[in-house]
Ligand binder design. Sequence first.
Ligand code: GDP
Ligand code: MG
Length: 474
Amino acid sequence: MPVFESLSSRLQDTFDNLRGKGRLSEEDINVAMREVRMALLEADVNFKVVKTFVAACKERCMSAEVLESLTPAQNVVRVVLDELTTLLGSSESRLVLSNRIPNIIMLVGLQGSGKTTAAAKLAYLLKTQGRTPLLAACDVYRPAAADQLETLGGEIGVKVYRGDGKKPVEIAKEAVREAIDNLRDVVIIDTAGRLQIDEVMMQEAVDIKNAVKPDQILMVVDSMTGQDIVNVVQTFAERVDFDGVIMTKLDGDSRGGGALSVRSVTGKPIKFISTGEKPAAFEVFHPDRMARRILGMGDMVSIIEKAQAEVDEEQALAAERMLNQGMTFDDFLAQMKSIKKLGGVAGLLSALPGGDKIMKQAGGQLDDSIMTKTEAIIMSMTKEERQKPKVINGSRRARIARGAGVDVFEVNNLMKQFDQMNKMMGKMRSAMSDGNGKKKGRKSQRAAMRSMMGGMGGLQDMGDLQQMMREMMK
Ligand SMILES: Nc1nc2c(ncn2[C@@H]2O[C@H](COP(=O)(O)OP(=O)(O)O)[C@@H](O)[C@H]2O)c(=O)[nH]1
Ligand SMILES: [Mg+2]
């Protein structure tokens, strides 16, 4: 999914202009940097942050190394990518759990920022990593708050401790005791927020902190808030202090100002991002990948990781069989289901370099209705046809089209697409075996896959994949 859409497309336009130029003069750089500055200010990034950022980019871009290189525009993009990564935090900052059992993680933040949702998501993530979390419902002010947490806990199979009628500090302490008694190794404390900074709220957070001494305090920040959030975050940093940030609602049409300012203004790392309402829509934050996404360079690494996490043993076997014996329409159907799991065509496409742009050119029409149609076509094939697509001749195509309620040309398109995918499989197969036709080890297979799909800067390798995506959009 695209992030910080208008910022992202403005920056990409700026770089497209530069690329069209070949040699760059100092004036070209000046113009480009002015555009970068405007784009950031319009995204509501804090002006001091913008000033430092642009100055750093400019200084590096004006160097002979960039200006006199053979590919100056590319080097300018690289400089901006670098600086953007630094702005977002340079290296990823993982959540480090201590040896203490239970580990205590406390979430703080304004009301509506997404604390309760994030508490459940974090619990879910830790659970998938083999932990046994307990959620503590310490928001006692909104009557429905504990219910909300309990519902979320129910969905992900994580127990919620609620001490109805008790004070937040008591609930937090009792939850920790409960965790010790029941051998749960992490307690996640969901606290109350207010709409604005408020002394009573701050004091309560401090009291909970003093009572249970959390190993980590994470501040939940709504990315839809612009740079105003900087004041809120600073106040929290002074009064409660915290270790890192969970940035929420990146799936919305956030402009990016808050997200891009927070690290630089507070020095606190962003640890997680939340990208939707489902429990799994929660990721460890990687500054470099986010910077690539903002600059429209795609984020294949995340998609591959996600795919690896989603692929179960059975699918892995199916993939291997497909690689060796070619794909059937049943496989194709299964593939489409996995694509859906990975966020649909739009999600995948946006992970490709330039993907967001292609999507825009398609007029945002990239919903999964194509997949529904494709599914209908495959469903009206016979079992034999699905397994041995070669038997599908003209008259069979006409019958399939009637059955699916589509035109024959749509069936033809699908057949063509299917053919292309099979060809791609062939390429993958050769990329994954050494010269003697012997299969490479798992690690090098993965590396081959990565280089085939990513190649990152080197787009040639991705041509086929992009072509296929374009075909799918027709
Ligand atoms: N789209 C989207 N909605 C979210 C996200 N995180 C939270 N929400 C929604 O934002 C609203 C407030 O979230 P909640 O967790 O109750 O916030 P709290 O008041 O800080 O506990 C709820 O409607 C959530 O479903 C997110 O990452 N994406
Ligand atoms: Mg809440």
